[in-house]
Design a protein around this ligand. Structure first.
Ligand code: CA
Length: 249
């Protein structure tokens, strides 16, 4: 179902976790490379240009966030961060440094594969996207940037300027988890924690508008304590739909 045997780079020092990941990738016929340190991971990424990087944040030689910053200095290759449980702060830092998504340890094989599929879908979308197109479509949702109109199926949605900006920001970053801070900064130029509450209010009304028709596709996913993501909607029978729609911490 995916592009030709994507190449994954697994940067993880814990051998048991690394083996679990590579065994899982093998079941889907993905190709993979492994690295046990940040330094080695960066070298492999530069040499082999993997399609996706799975990156553990706790590496022996350097912090995973530093690895992301280094990779982002020359590359936009997708990075899925693997973080230890209940470290929202680490996840947020990693996302703000440029990671695309994250997985929390311990994770299930299904979750891992769902994240990989979401990321591959995002990549395919980016590759096929015409940068110049003023129209964004995703499932039943259509945004015409030139006129500022938003449609759900054939019904025009009436959004406030803030809701529209929010929707456009998520659409531009479809498939990627956007942290509260990144959203606040982009839309209101603010990064105050207290504004997260207003963001939540805007998001609730935006979502209601997106879900108030016969179409109730899960366009916006909440990442509790972290942020939001617009999901790339493809086929409805996609088996990735379940694990990735479950709220996670
Ligand atoms: Ca580790």
């Amino acid at each position: 179902m995916v592009m030709n045997r994507p190449l994954m780079l697994v940067i993880e020092d814990d051998k048991a976790v690394r083996n679990l990941i590579t065994a899982t990738l093998e079941t889907q016929d993905y190709r993979y490379l492994t690295a046990g340190t940040g330094r080695q991971g960066i070298q492999e990424a530069a040499l082999k240009q993997p399609d996706i990087i799975l990156l553990d944040l706790g590496l022996p030689d350097r912090d995973g966030t530093e690895v992301i910053q280094t990779l982002r200095s020359w590359s936009r290759m997708p990075i899925i961060v693997i973080s230890a449980r209940s470290e929202d702060r680490d996840k947020i830092e990693a996302l703000d440094a440029g990671a695309d998504d994250y997985l929390t340890k311990p994770f299930s094989v299904e979750e891992l594969l769902a994240r990989v599929r979401v990321t591959l879908r995002r990549m395919r979308y980016i590759q096929t996207q015409n940068e110049e197109s003023p129209i964004f479509t995703n499932g039943d949702l259509k945004i015409d940037y030139s006129s500022g109109c938003v449609w759900l199926q054939d019904r025009e949605l009436h959004l406030t300027p803030s809701e529209y900006k929010l929707l456009c920001l998520l659409a531009h970053n479809v498939g990627k988890v956007m942290t509260h801070t990144a959203i606040l900064k982009a839309i209101w130029g603010s990064t105050l924690d207290s504004d997260v509450a207003s963001l939540r209010v805007f998001m609730t009304t935006l979502r209601k508008k997106l879900e108030s028709s016969t179409s109730s596709l899960p366009y916006i996913q909440t990442h509790v304590g972290v942020g939001y993501r617009m999901l790339r909607i493809e086929k409805l029978d996609d088996d990735a739909a379940l694990p990735e729609n479950k709220p996670h911490r």
